[in-house]
Design a protein around this ligand. Structure first.
Ligand SMILES: [Zn+2]
Length: 331
């Protein structure tokens, strides 16, 4: 799937808005796109840049087929320059480089676009250097600053830009996008509930441990709901055996929190579980447990976050959770 298909689904309203500005040549010279990871900030900026240079643009919308569109998508168009943090920050040398690029003669047209990712990571000197640039735009420059944390940018920078807040994706939108990328429906539904970032969902979809771990955690939880002692064994033989690093721990933790939330929602009449394969079996078991106890169980899932934050070991936390859930549901 191309970046543009993504934007088409993600931000149709903003795409219409910017296509008109491109077509009427009324783009301002600095925009700030703020929004969570995966909301399509970069894709939108790239799409607008493609609209500016495309050989067959129609009403400001790029064709996505021509060489200009391809070069921009690949980062090979000299008039469209990307800047991203070099290590932890965007340094003043990077902004100076940007200015030099733009002052060079022989670039391919008068119009220039730059896209600064994680703009909040600019050092103060980089931000000040950019500020001068924004104040005296040389020629026709359009700047797109992208950030997840607009509050972390210098106010002087923000005030030079038009701010657009990109909304996070809904679970339904995310599920549909994943299905369009051939992720099976069951998994797409689960991922859509687990995160609101398309990037994170894609990462998880490809993580080798994900399918195994999501299956094991459901089986473990079903045994807890059934008051089956095998849940205690499974902490060791399944969950801990499958989790091999911090990233796996994070995936397991996210799945646990979702199980807690999902149980409460199923008890409260939600029709579609995030865990489709187990939905019927979960619902059957939960029907035999009072809603007060289910709510208490959800609290126990949330407590794992606290325990991990105060450095209780991961395995101890999961073992304690297993015991507490069994007592809560069946005690
Ligand atoms: Zn094109």
């Amino acid at each position: 799937m191309t970046a543009t298909n993504k934007v088409k689904n993600l931000q149709p309203r903003l795409m219409n808005y910017f296509a008109k500005l491109v077509a009427t040549k009324k783009l301002a010279h600095a925009y700030l796109f703020a929004g969570p990871e995966g909301a399509g900030k970069r894709e939108l900026a790239v799409w607008i840049a493609q609209g500016i240079y495309c050989e067959h643009a129609a009403a400001g919308r790029p064709c996505l087929e021509c060489s200009e569109c391809h070069r921009i998508a690949a980062g090979n168009q000299p008039d469209v320059v990307y800047v991203a943090p070099d290590g932890l920050s965007i340094k003043v040398e990077q902004i100076r480089f940007l200015k030099d690029e733009f002052s060079k003669s022989g670039v391919e047209s008068n119009k220039k676009v730059f896209i600064i990712e994680n703009a909040e990571k600019m050092t103060v000197s980089a931000a000040n250097s950019l500020l001068k640039f924004l104040e005296e735009p040389s020629g026709q420059v359009v700047a797109f600053l992208l950030t997840t944390q607009p509050a972390a940018l210098l106010p002087t920078i923000v005030s030079r830009c038009q701010l657009f807040e990109l909304q996070p994706l809904s679970a339904r939108q995310l599920t549909a996008l994943l299905e369009a990328e051939n992720v099976p429906r069951e998994k797409a539904v689960l991922l859509g509930r687990l995160t609101n970032s398309l990037e994170r969902a894609r990462q998880l979809a490809q993580a080798p441990v994900f399918d195994k771990l999501s299956g094991s955690v459901c089986q473990w939880y079903l045994h807890i709901l059934q008051n089956d002692w095998r849940c205690f064994v499974e902490v060791q033989t399944k969950l801990m055996a499958e989790v091999t690093n911090k990233e796996d721990e994070k995936i397991l933790l996210d799945l646990l929190l979702l199980l807690g939330k999902d149980s409460l929602e199923l008890t409260n009449g939600e029709k579609e579980s995030a865990f489709k394969k187990y939905q019927t079996r979960f619902a059957e078991q939960l029907a035999g447990i009072s809603s007060a106890r289910v709510a208490e169980g959800t609290e126990l899932f949330l407590q794992t976050l606290y325990l991990l934050r105060i450095n209780v070991s991961f395995q101890n936390t999961i073992e304690a959770l297993t015991l507490k859930l069994c007592r809560c549901y069946h005690g």
